[in-house]
Design a protein around this ligand. Structure first.
Ligand code: URA
Length: 207
């Protein structure tokens, strides 16, 4: 196991120990931490696990996940080339939207997850994860446009490149949205290539 994989395992153990979102945890079968490579250049962040994800303990394994896999294939990638996670890591009951307080409780763990992986590009899928990185942004206006952000959290400063995309579930029954997502997705390899070194997005310790 790589060092990053071990650190991610420790982080998952901490979420369980600290009893994050106990009500969600009580109704869930699994903590859905993430899937793919902890050494990936690209991290995808969705909203929260659904029924299939909860059962399998893996993110994006249902219908939206199938479309995500197709989009990855369209740019010559597969799941093992990237890392996939959600802002909220337990399934909300009846697939309701995650509540603001649930997102807020999981947010520091998402930041630590990203600090471990150190991706070159963070792709937010839908507004639930986008709004934490790009507050007040409108997804309809900025989808497919990479943004460099500076973010301070837990006494640390982060510099990251965020690529906001629509959520794949929104495209399942909407042909125009599907085309838009595929077009935005096609830009991803070039965006990653533009970022020459990982230093550009490394966590910068302020202490
Ligand atoms: N939708 C999400 O946002 N995340 C998943 O893991 C599955 C569906």
């Amino acid at each position: 196991m790589t060092n990053k994989a071990m650190l991610l395992q420790d982080l998952a153990a901490e979420i369980l120990e600290q009893k994050i979102c106990p009500q969600l945890a009580a109704g869930a079968k699994n903590l859905v931490m993430g899937d793919g490579s902890p050494d990936a250049d690209i991290v995808f962040i969705g909203e929260a696990p659904g029924k299939n994800e909860d059962e399998q303990g893996l993110p994006f394994v249902g219908a939206a996940g199938k479309f995500l896999n197709e989009m990855l294939a369209s740019v010559g990638m597969e799941r093992s080339d990237v890392y996939i996670t959600n802002i909220v890591k337990y399934r909300p009951p009846n697939n309701r939207d995650p509540l603001p307080e649930e997102k807020t409780e999981f947010w520091p763990f998402l930041l630590r997850q990203l600090a471990i992986i150190q991706p070159k590009v963070i792709v937010t899928l839908g507004r639930h994860s986008m709004e934490y990185f790009l507050p007040n942004a409108k997804i309809s206006a900025i989808h497919g446009q990479p943004k460099r952000i500076h973010l301070e959290a837990d006494g640390e400063e982060f510099e990251w490149v965020i690529m906001p995309l629509f959520h794949p579930a929104a495209a399942l029954y909407n042909g125009a949205m599907r085309e838009t997502l595929l077009e935005d997705f096609a830009k991803l390899p070039a965006v990653v290539k533009q970022i020459q070194t990982r230093d550009n997005v490394l966590k910068i310790m302020t202490e």
